[in-house]
Each structure stands twice: as C-alpha cells, then as structure tokens.
Design a binder for this molecule. Structure first.
Ligand code: 26W
Length: 805
C-alpha cells in the first residue's frame, strides 16, 4: 500500500530529528533534501533486496549493461514517480512549508557521460526495470562528471563538476563487494605440476575497485535493479608500495574524471586503464555471483548476458577469457565459445575518429595479460578464417593491424550480436562501415532503433501536457506509451488542440523567464522557439543553423518590414575541450547573438539564445517549450539521435535531413507533419564517389553566402577575428567536409516552409498533436524489450510483478 501524506510527514519529522536534531522551520533545503533521500531509500529498500533475492531464487538470466558513461541527471522526481508517491510527497512537503521544486534544485545532476551514448544507457536502465527485466548497469563512479560550461566573453570555459561535494544520497558503498584489479608489470606463463600453464605476474600494480550501488526503480512494479559504479582505492595491503602522496594520487586519480570527448579517441593511458578497471571489476563480480548458482561454466550464457555499449567496454572479452582460463582452467576453445555467447555489442557511431584503436605498445605495457590474450584472439581468428576467406578480407578484419588493436573488430568477432541504433545506421554498418564483417557474420548484424524513457521526458518534464493527455485519452499512456496514438482521434478537436497549445505556451513562458534570469535576454513566448540541443560537433551542423539565422538577419536589415514570425533560436551544446574548431563555432554563435539581439533594426524579430551548461536538467526545461526541433546533421553521420525523439514527444515539429532516426520519425509521422530537406545519404556517398564537390563554387554563385561568410571575417560580426576565419577556412579552404553550403539553399527553403506552417495556427497545432501521438514508437521500453528478445534472451519476471501488484 502506498504511503499516506501523514505517514510521510511523520517519517520526515522523525528522520530530520535523528539526522540533524532540528525541526522543519529551521531546516535548509539541503538538509530536507538529504532527509527526503533517506526516506525514499528506506521506502524502496525491501523491494531492492527482494528483487535480487528473487532473481537468485529463480536463477533468472540477467543482463549486465557495461557502459563507460551513464547520464541519469537528477533522480529524485523520477524515483518518486516510479514509486507512485510523487503527489503524496509534493503534498506532504507543502504541508511542511517546503516546495518539492526547491529540493529538486538542491540535487546535483549525475553527469557521468558526454551525450547520446550515456543518456541512452540511463534511459535503458529505467526501461529495463520498468519492463520487469532482470538487468544491471556497470560503470565508473567518476569523482568529477562532465565539466560545467561557462561562457566568458562568448568563449566556452570548462569548470570541474564537483557533483559529490555534498555526498550522493542515492548511492550505497558496498565495501564487502570490492575486488582487486591488476595493472602493468610483466606476465609469463609457468608450467604447473599438472602440466597446466598458469600466468605469473611480476611488478604489477594491484588497485582496489570499490562498488557503489544505486537503485534503479521500475515504474510502479516493485522491481528494483542495480546500477553498480566502481571507484578506485589503494588496497590496504599495498600501502607500502606508495612512497609519496603524489605516487598515491597518480593511481587514486584513475576514476577521478570523465573524459569529455564524445567522438574523438585520444589514446590516453588513463582512459585505457579506466576501461579495464570497470570491466575487470564488473566481470569479476558477475563471476562471483554466478558461482552462487553452482551451474557448469559452459552454461554461463544461460544465466548471464553482457552488453558492450560501444567499444569502450570491449575488454570484457579478453577479461572473460582470462578468468575462464586462468581462474577456472578452461581450455581456450571452451572459453572462447562461452565468451562469444555471453557478449553482445552496440555500435553508436560511424565517425572514423571515434572508433577506438589502441597502440599495441600501450596495451602491452598497461595490460600485459590482456594483450597476450588479444594477440591469441587475433592469431586464432586469422588461422581459423584464412583459407576460407580471401586473405585481404582477413587482413582488413583482423584485430591487430599496423601496431594497433582495433577494439570494434574484437567486439564483433568475439560476440554473438552487433547492432546499430537506427535503421539507416545499421544498414550503413552492413553495407559500408563494417561490410567486411557483415560478409563474415551476416547473422550477427541487427538493428535496434534507439528510444527514450518517456516517463522522464513527458510525465516529469512536461506535467501540463501530461495532464491534457490524461483528460483527453485517459491515463493508460503513462504505462504504455503506445496508447499515445489514441490522441490521433482528436486531431480535429479544437478544444484539445487549444489545451495542448496553452500547455506549450505556459512552458514557453517558463523558459522565457529562465532565459531572462540566466542571460538577461528578453524573448517573446509568441515567437517560434527553434531549438538545437546536442553536443557541438561539425557533423551536427550547428553552423548551418547559424548561416540561416544570418540570412534572416540580412533580410531584415534590407527590409525591416519583411513578413515572418518572430523567432528565437535556442542553442544548447558543449564542445570537447580539445575540439578547437567546435569551440570556435561556439564563439561565433555567441558573437552573432550579441550583434543580432542588440540591433535596433531587428528590434527583437529574431533572437539567438545560447544557454550555458547544457545538461539533462536543462534539456528537461527547454524541450517542453520547443516549437521546432533542429535535426540537421549531414545524412549518414548521426547514428540515431535521441533529442529528436524527446522534442517530437513534446509536440515540436522537426526540420530534418534524412539521417539516423529522423528517417523513422518521418516514416511514422508522415511527410505532412515534418519538414525534410537536404542530401540523402546516397547523394552524400555519390558525392564522395564523384569527389567533385566544390564549396567555393557554391559560394561564388551565391551572393547571400558571400555576404554571410564575409561578415565572419570583415568585422561585420565583431570579436571573431580568429574564429570567423577558422569557420570560413573550414568551408572554403578545406572544402566544407559536411556539405553545409550544398544543403544551404534547401535548408533555407525548409525554414520558410516552417514559417508558413506556423502562421497557419490550426495546421501547426494539428502537426504538433500528430507528433505527440506518434512518439510512442520511440519508447525505450520497446527498444529494451527488443534487445531482451533478440540479443539478451532474458524475460520479464512476469509471475513476479503479477504476484506483487
Ligand atoms: C572515444 C571517444 C568517444 C566517446 C563517446 C567516442 C564515441 C562516443 C560515443 C559513441 C558518441 C555518442 O554518444 N554517439 C551517439 O550515440 C547516441 C546513442 O546511440 C546516438 O543517438 C547518436 O546519434 C550518436 O552520435
């Protein structure tokens, strides 16, 4: 039975007294937040222990989702919603003169990820538990998450994200579950008395991996799964190995900070050590659990599925081999067949610079036993497939090439499934990027189009819209987002269209006051809120968005009376600190904003707002207020995208290229309810083929492009001496790698179509409604169910949920 308001208030009073010896009238939001955290934890603790006891009793097969990034954001409201006590707590706090929102503001974002990959992992955690699937997350407990972004004079400045400053109320330190992880040194195989070969380690360094568990609550189903994040410590037994604090810090810093790159692997030693650290700790703890089941190791894959989220955890493969051979003395053949059946891999990007290739010397030096096993994995692959397949194919697909260890090759060859994250992306993997592997293992390749946790991105982020949905189609959509399609029946219902439009307007007013407070910029909620929120990357083409804005600017300079809706162009984007060009684009956007937002001739007709420190919580504030969703990457480059799904779910109309999941959004919403432009991926590849693209030619034939690009270098846009030149050079001197100038004209035409559509109020409201109605397709509940059926072969604990409700 859920807790009553009075029971909640009593619980809070008692715990506040216990923890801080004070009454509510003297308590700060920080203190009340921590007390609330302990009340909530106590509330789900039974379900947490019952859940894993049931998994053990039922010998339930479980999936372990290995990811070097998780991006939960804030967890308080999501936990309250999934426990079904959000309203009770809101009311109880109000009666104690506290506003839940003030406590939410206290909670720090858990930003242990860069962007799409990390957030997807967290959406999956929520969905796995909400679908009653036995699953666990395995990652790193960074002391510092993704940097805080500040704009200083329009430049991105990075500040440390000290998210653990006031402790983390949701984690439980599991000292007793700590394990040792070995690094460095030398390893040689010694023949033992029984003739078996055993590895002998010398001069290696042993570090302690201590797990911190966070509960992952299912949606009102009493299922509580676990997210295990590992933190490094110097083992007590090794104290004497460290002469100085510096010496210690060198190792204690292993899990100190998240690498802020989301598409460029730098081959840093600490990054490799991080990858091995959480992999070894995770696989060891899984094998420790499996031991409890007393099942033959050859049946491991009937009880354990390990998912490798991009290549960062690919060392799971040699680590499992190490444990099966070195600890359990299995033969290579048996070990490799078990490992391949247990492992599955997801690819999230086709960008060459993002595919990890570790230098052999670095791997050999940092992880000698891993390298020995990888070398053998490579040798046996070549031995097994040579003679069967064309030698060049084998040379192109083998793991070790030109002194580098190709992590994706190992993940594909020694796992039973490789999937892409959207239909187009998965097809490109099969036909282009990983074609050689598709030839070798066609049955392993499959697609699993991404999804989003609709509870967070609609019920929590947009309660006003959620209420209109309840009133209109009932509440079933909250349990099964497929029921959103019931809304289609109201596309002609003026009252419903108006209610949704009012909810959107209120969200825009809320965001307008946030913008005013944080940037000082005044924006009108009547304007079109045009939103592009994602990491700053050249292929995502935030610059193309800016080129269009500059055209609008010059059009209004030439003709201030020009027809057209007011527009607010909202950007949210962090650039990897080492990504100089991306940082130049941020500066140029901020200086254009300064120019346009203060130009009397423009008089507020168009505004640019670049909000600092884009993260999960800011996304939850921007997305409900969006009218237009910018998904304008060069076709073939964005594997899927997930902000596209979040904006669609909140009634934004998408302007998009046929890239990633935009294609599937178009398929489900229909050409009338989306605005498509630009080259297709086939045209992009044809352009590579013909290799005759000339950005300069397009520039010379386009007066508006000349005016815009010249403005970046002739002082029209001030304070971008260097950055403006860098932008113009990337387009004209280095021939515009992502075909911005080629897609410019059709993008401008698409934006004019958006303007016309927005002016037809009912038409726009209907498009907005149909985007919401069709967004249920992109629920991560459905996505994880497909992973469960096709890849992990795990089942929801049906009988469990039935029994408990
Ligand atoms: C080695 C540095 C590094 C770090 C992170 C390389 C690559 C990554 C990630 C794979 C990049 C990423 O986040 N990819 C995004 O994954 C999302 C979830 O599947 C997709 O929706 C995005 O299209 C894809 O860019």
């Amino acid at each position: 039975m859920t807790m009553t308001v009075n029971e909640f208030k009593e619980e809070m009073k008692q715990r506040l007294k216990e923890k801080y010896a004070m009454d509510f009238k003297d308590a700060s939001p920080q203190e009340v937040f921590h007390v609330l955290g302990s009340v909530v934890k106590a509330y789900y603790s039974d379900a947490w222990s019952d859940t894993w006891k049931d998994y053990l009793r039922a010998e339930q097969k479980q999936v372990y989702y290995f990811s070097i990034e998780f991006l939960p954001g804030k967890m308080l409201k999501s936990n309250l919603l999934n426990l079904g006590i959000l309203e009770v707590v809101k009311e109880g706090l109000a009666e104690l003169d506290f506003d839940l929102e003030d406590l939410v503001d206290v909670e720090k974002d858990m930003a242990l990820g860069n962007g799409g990959l990390g957030r997807l992992a967290s959406c999956f955690m929520d969905s796995i538990a909400s679908c009653g699937l036995p699953g666990n997350g395995n990652g790193i407990r960074y002391d510092y998450g993704l940097f805080k972004q500040r704009f200083v004079d329009g430049y991105q400045v990075e500040l440390p994200d000290e998210w653990l400053r006031n402790g983390n109320t949701w984690e439980v330190r599991k000292e007793s579950k700590a394990v040792d992880v070995r690094f460095g040194g030398q390893v040689w195989m010694k023949e033992m008395a029984d003739g078996k070969l055993k590895p002998v380690y010398e001069n290696d360094r042993i570090l302690r991996a201590v797990p911190y568990d966070t509960a992952i609550l299912g949606y009102q189903n009493h299922i509580v799964n676990t997210l295990r994040l590992w933190s490094v410590e110097i083992p007590a037994s090794q104290e004497d190995q460290y002469r100085s604090i510096d010496d210690r810090r060198q190792f204690e810093d292993l899990t100190a900070v998240l690498y802020p790159d989301d598409s460029n692997e730098h081959g840093r030693r600490v990054r490799l050590a991080q990858e091995y650290f959480f992999v070894s700790a995770g696989v060891q703890s899984i094998m420790r659990y499996f031991k409890k089941l007393n099942k033959p190791l050859t049946l491991l894959n009937e009880y354990v599925a390990i998912h490798i989220n991009d290549t960062h955890p690919a060392l799971c493969i040699p680590e499992m081999m190490r444990i099966l051979m070195d600890d359990y003395e299995l033969s290579w053949e048996v070990a490799v067949s078990i490992t391949t059946k247990v492992m599955s891999y997801t690819n999230h990007t086709i960008m060459a610079e993002a595919l990890e290739k570790w230098p052999v010397e670095l791997m050999k030096d940092a992880l000698p036993r891993m390298y020995q096993i990888i070398e053998e994995l490579d040798r046996r692959f070549v031995a097994t497939y040579s003679g069967v397949w064309d030698a060049d194919l084998i040379q192109r697909t083998r793991i070790i090439q030109n002194g580098q260890v190709h992590m994706a090759h190992m993940a594909i060859i020694y796992s039973h499934s490789t999937n892409g994250v959207a239909k187009l992306h998965s097809d490109l993997l099969k036909e282009v990027v990983l074609h050689d592997f598709y030839v070798l293992f066609p049955e392993r390749f499959n697609n699993k189009t991404n999804g989003i946790a609709q509870r967070r991105w609609s019920q929590l982020a947009n309660p006003e819209m959620a209420e209109v949905l309840d009133e209109t189609i009932g509440k079933s959509w909250r349990q099964d987002s497929d029921d959103l399609k019931l809304l289609k029946n109201y596309v002609e219902d003026e009252a419903v269209l108006t209610k949704l439009a009012v909810a959107k307007q209120h969200n825009k007013q809320k965001l307008a006051s946030y913008i005013k407070e944080h940037t000082g910029i005044e924006v009108s909620p009547e304007a079109i809120f045009d939103v592009q929120i994602k990491r700053l990357h050249a292929y995502k083409r935030q610059l193309l968005n800016l080129l269009h804005i500059m055209k609008c600017y010059f059009d209004l300079k030439d003709n201030p009376q020009k027809e057209g809706n007011q527009r607010v162009f909202i950007f949210g984007a962090k650039a990897a600190p080492s990504y100089t060009y991306a940082k130049a684009i941020i500066k140029v956007i901020n200086e254009c904003a300064n120019l346009i937002n203060h130009d009397p001739d423009i008089n507020g007709r168009i505004k640019i707002v670049f909000l600092e420190n884009y993260n999960v919580t800011l996304a939850e504030q921007i997305i409900p207020a969006a009218d237009v969703s910018e998904q304008i990457s060069l076709a073939s480059k964005e594997a899927s995208g997930t902000s596209n799904m979040k904006l669609m779910l909140n009634g934004a109309v998408t302007i998009a290229t046929l890239d990633g999941a935009n294609v599937e959004i178009r398929d489900v919403v229909g050409d009338d309810n989306i605005v498509i432009f630009g080259m297709t991926e086939a045209e992009v590849y044809a352009c590579y083929e013909s290799n005759d693209y000339s950005a300069m030619k397009i520039y010379e034939e386009s007066p508006i492009l000349q005016r815009i690009l010249n403005a970046f270098v002739d002082g029209t846009v001030p304070n971008i001496q260097y950055e403006g030149q860098a932008v113009v050079d990337s387009l004209l001197k280095y021939n515009d790698e992502y075909f911005l100038l080629r897609d410019f004209a059709s993008y401008v035409a698409a934006q004019e179509q958006i303007d016309r559509l927005y002016s037809d109020k009912k038409r726009w409201q209907q498009m907005s409604l149909l985007n919401i109605a069709n967004a249920g397709r992109f629920s991560s509940d459905d996505t994880v169910m497909r992973y469960a059926e096709d890849i992990w072969q795990i089942e929801p604990v049906e009988k469990y949920t039935k029994k408990r409700t």
